[in-house]
Design a protein around this ligand. Structure first.
Ligand SMILES: Nc1ncnc2c1ncn2[C@@H]1O[C@H](COP(=O)(O)OP(=O)(O)O)[C@@H](O)[C@H]1O
Ligand SMILES: [Mg+2]
Length: 232
């Protein structure tokens, strides 16, 4: 068995304390309403550990398990799609260990035209599996590899499609699919204006009331949560 494979197995078995001890870098330092997001290196193996265990107060106790469940269940539903990190292990209600993606966040990269096309196909594959991301307006949730492979992370805000009979919920789901699509239009207008079409610009200019609400929810989740944490 190659060394990196055994290292990965060992990494997947580490405890929370050991995972933090092997953190080479924190993408996010954590806060009152935020997880710690660590790059863990063990021998030749790497993984990313998203952990709310040190998030204090009722946010850490009550909301964090909901967010980790939302993230983990979406990753399981999307398993097998290239561009979505594998879930290695859910440690407990507050932490999840996922595949490390060898890629750069979209705003710091200079993605090629092909990368934008592949990102659009990835988002479509995600929607076909029944997951709307709802936070693609944060460009740091999209990454791109040196070879132009696009990746998507951070599924805490996701909305999943309901059963076929659940028409009202599936209508809501479609609004969030639309919000993801307009987030991509915004990404093109902002980072690759030469790729942005007239339709992209029109989509951003003429948002219907429903989409404005869907967008506001997707964008404002954290602000709303912060408001309640402050006043709670
Ligand atoms: N699997 C991964 N591989 C590489 N980098 C990642 C991975 N997951 C997250 N990151 C990095 O960590 C950052 C924060 O992770 P994210 O899941 O978006 O946390 P948050 O919910 O706090 O925004 C991302 O913007 C990205 O730069
Ligand atoms: Mg994020």
């Amino acid at each position: 068995m190659p060394q990196d494979r055994t290292d990965l197995q060992a990494l997947q078995g580490l405890t929370r304390v050991q995972l933090h001890a092997h953190a080479r870098q924190y993408y996010k330092a954590g806060g009152r309403t935020e997880p710690e997001v660590a790059l863990v290196v063990y021998g030749e193996a790497r993984a990313v550990f998203k952990d709310y265990a040190r998030t204090p107060g009722w946010f850490g106790r009550v909301l964090a398990p909901v967010l980790i469940w939302r993230e983990a269940s979406a990753l399981r539903r999307l398993a097998g799609i290239t561009g979505i990190p594998k879930i290695y292990r859910q440690l407990d209600a507050r932490g999840v260990l996922i595949e490390y993606l060898p890629a750069t966040p979209w705003p710091q990269a200079r993605p090629s035209e092909v990368a934008y096309e592949r990102l659009e196909a990835l988002v479509q594959a995600m929607h076909e599996r029944g997951v709307a991301h709802c936070d693609l307006r944060a460009p740091s949730n999209m990454l791109v590899g040196d070879d132009g492979t696009p990746y998507i992370v951070d599924f805490v805000a996701r909305v999943c499609r309901g059963q076929v009979w659940n028409l009202p919920w599936n209508w809501v789901f479609r609004q969030f699919v639309g919000a993801d699509e307009s987030a991509l239009a915004k990404l093109r207008v902002r980072f690759a204006p030469s790729l942005a079409t007239a339709a992209d610009r029109a989509l951003l200019a003429e948002r219907g009331p429903v989409e404005r609400v869907a967008r506001a929810i997707g964008e404002r989740t954290r602000e709303i949560v912060r408001f309640f944490v402050r006043s709670g």
